[in-house]
Write a protein that binds this ligand. Structure first.
Ligand code: PMP
Length: 379
């Protein structure tokens, strides 16, 4: 099998699974119980949390475990919207967000909030001037993803924060860092809130977190009891938390070296695909190498994906989570419907090998020829 859909999800790493199993077997007590089994679990919970916070340079009271990025995005945006409704009901997002962000915005619009969509340039970079102009006295939140999930556009969080705070120091800056963490460096100092999912970084499915700066107020979505009761009630899923902590530690190791490796693989694929007359690369200077989006102008993307699947090669259309046929990110960047309705996402990881890429390119060529009847055109 050649798996090239790492941005949709990753397999859990054996080391992470070992931690999960050990915590499940040996720490069965509820961390909220006061007896020795509970205390033992609580000690482990605190140490896993401490490790995550040390790795990310944040405080323990700034970390809220969630089931993943969708929940963290909901918690951040709705939580802030409801908390600050008396200050304003205006929220700004980019045109390159994950569908979960847009769904939340639609819901908030139905409750009377106003959502503005900040423009981006042809390279996918958020238009700073437009952002400046859109921030108002009543803008309570700006949410811009660190790395876009379809085209891999990376936004400069530090600059965005400076712009936002200069225009309105009370506006909160949230970033969905799900596609950034473990791929490129992310500094949480550059944002007020951030969401992620563990399964994108070889962690287990069903755990993620929301980072929230201490001074940001947020009404909880899930009310309940226990240590985490204030912001997300319920018994902490200790094995998942321990596994997440391990996954984050592994994900942040050798980040630069791993990125260089992925960049070489990306270049190799691009060089090869550039030879095809009817394929365009949806790649800009801000795309991270882990996410390569292309448009197949002559074949339906689903047909091609299923053909590749016959060879046990796994790639995806725009994202696993998008519902329609149109890639909203490709549309937002290139404003070309044909291009946006024919996208394929090839997503790479530091574990992807050169050999896998060579095999992938050969199979790609065969299936492309089978489906189009064309030999590879030299452009
Ligand atoms: N945000 C981004 C940028 C994503 O790529 C994803 C997953 N595709 C999500 C949020 C949602 O993550 P989850 O499905 O794990 O909740």
């Amino acid at each position: 099998m050649i798996y090239l859909d790492y941005s949709a999800t990753t397999p859990i790493s054996y080391d992470v699974l070992d931690s999960y199993n050990k915590a499940s077997r040996e720490f069965m007590g509820n961390p909220n119980s006061i007896h020795s089994l509970g205390v033992k679990s609580k000690v482990l919970l605190n140490s896993a949390t401490r490790q995550i916070c040390d790795l990310l340079n944040i405080q323990e009271n700034e970390l809220i475990y969630t089931s993943g990025a969708t929940e963290a995005n909901n918690m951040a945006i709705k939580g802030v919207a409801f908390s600050y409704a008396n200050k304003g009901k205006h929220i700004i997002v980019s045109k390159l967000e994950h569908p979960s962000i847009y769904k939340i915005c639609e819901y908030l619009e139905s409750l009377g909030y106003e959502i503005s969509y900040v423009n981006n340039d042809r390279e996918g970079l958020v238009d700073f001037e437009d952002l400046r102009n859109k921030i108002r006295e009543d803008t309570i939140l700006v949410s811009i993803c660190a790395v876009n999930s379809e085209v891999g556009i990376r936004q400069p969080l530090k600059t965005l924060k400076q712009i936002i705070k200069k225009e309105n120091p009370n506006t909160i800056f949230h970033s969905d860092i799900t596609q950034a963490i473990g791929k490129v460096a992310v500094n949480l100092y550059d944002v007020d809130m951030a969401s992620m999912s563990g399964h994108k970084i070889f962690g287990p499915k069903g755990i993620g977190f929301l980072y929230k700066k201490d001074n940001v107020k947020m009404i909880p979505l899930i009310h309940g009891s226990g240590k985490f009761g204030d912001l997300r009630g319920g018994t902490p899923p200790l094995p998942l938390i321990v596994a997440l902590s391990k996954a984050i530690r592994i994900a942040l190791t050798d980040l630069e070296k791993r990125e260089e490796h992925v960049a070489l693989l990306n270049e190799k694929i691009c060089k090869d695909l550039e030879k095809y007359g009817d394929i365009v690369l949806n790649k800009t200077k801000y795309s991270i190498p882990h996410i390569l989006n292309i448009s197949l102008l002559n074949i339906k993307p689903e047909t091609f994906i299923h053909a590749m699947e016959e060879d046990e090669v796994y790639i995806s259309t725009n994202t696993a989570c998008s519902s329609g046929d149109l890639s909203s990110s490709v549309m937002a960047i290139y404003e070309d419907k044909k291009r946006a309705t024919s996208t394929i996402r090839i997503s790479l990881s530091y574990v992807t090998t050169n050999e896998e890429v060579s095999k992938f390119l050969n199979l790609f060529k065969t299936e492309y020829k089978n489906l189009t009847g064309f030999l590879v055109n030299e452009k």
